[in-house]
Design a protein around this ligand. Structure first.
Ligand code: SAM
Length: 274
């Protein structure tokens, strides 16, 4: 098994089309980043006009990812498969996991060429661990599972945390998200985990027009209800506290005020494969 950080020549980014919005760059803009273009900023403006709380929700999503990664690493999980990684934003999954166990191994997957172009920052592994980046579409789980970088980095006979943060809304039902998650989980052994987050309009119905704003910009987008979210967890053992809104999933400090569900409207859950 490889124990290195790799950025292969075949990873040379294809031409980045700046004329159409991409979800990674819209997210980057809303979070105050600089890796975005006019089309992304227009899409972000439309979405934020519809839902002025989007930046709060995105910050909460990053905080959720940090907490869940730490919980998993402290529970002894040493392998992570992060689908829809986004532009590197420290701390990334490997930084959190390796700060708890330096030998942690992380595979990142994204299909945006600009994320690929920035992937070096995702590959700065500790010497004891390993990181790899796969340029692939989440809708093609077989390609991800067969990819040599995945096979070189993760040992699929040992538990893996499969992570979907801030991406399921970009995989509408007609793209088969349940089958995608099912296919990936089927390749992982018992004791693996699914860590997921999914935006919802359950708490802020006017925010549903943000969905239309993304769609107008050419980005597929789907909010889901609690019931639709729960369906992703079928057959798995929910870890405490079960399904919650993001901010209520094991907050760092119970005594500190948290954003209301209306401002950070997404469900979160961590579940174990029996
Ligand atoms: C909103 S960002 C979330 C980034 C990070 N996971 C987080 O929670 O902060 C969504 C990411 O999912 C990626 N993405 C969207 N659809 C995808 C697909 N079908 N396959 C792979 N990546 C996808 C985008 O390129 C983007 O980087």
């Amino acid at each position: 098994m490889a124990n290195f950080t790799s950025f292969e020549p075949d990873d040379v980014p294809p031409e980045i089309d700046t004329s159409v919005a991409h979800s990674a760059r819209v997210y980057d803009f809303i979070l105050g980043g600089k890796d975005n273009f006019e089309a992304d900023r227009r899409a972000a403006a439309g979405a934020m006009e519809a839902n002025p709380h989007l930046a709060t929700a995105m910050r909460e999503n990053r905080a959720l990812m940090r907490r869940m990664t730490a919980v998993l690493a402290k529970a002894g999980i040493r392998q992570f498969l992060d689908i829809g990684t986004g532009l590197p934003t420290s701390p990334n999954v490997h930084e959190i996991a390796q700060s708890i166990e330096p030998a942690s191994r992380v595979v990142y997957v994204d299909n945006d060429p600009i994320v690929l172009a920035h992937a070096r920052a995702l590959l700065a592994s500790s010497p004891e661990g390993a990181c790899a980046y796969i340029d692939a579409d989440a809708r093609d789980p077989d390609k991800i599972l067969a990819h040599p970088k995945l096979r070189d980095t993760l040992d699929l006979s040992e538990p893996v945390a499969l992570m979907f943060f801030g991406i399921l809304q970009f995989i509408p039902d007609d793209a088969g998200p349940h089958a995608i998650i099912g296919r990936l989980l089927a390749a992982l052994p018992s004791g693996s985990y699914l860590a997921i987050q999914q935006p919802t309009a359950d708490f802020y119905p006017p925010g549903v027009s943000a969905q239309a704003a993304y769609q107008r910009a050419g980005i597929p987008f789907q909010y889901r209800t609690r019931e639709q979210f729960a369906a992703f967890l079928d057959g798995l053992e929910l870890v405490d506290p079960g399904i919650t809104v993001m901010a209520d999933w094991r907050p760092d400090d119970e005594t500190q005020p948290r954003p209301p569900a209306t401002h950070a409207a997404a469900y979160a859950a961590l579940a174990r494969k029996p």
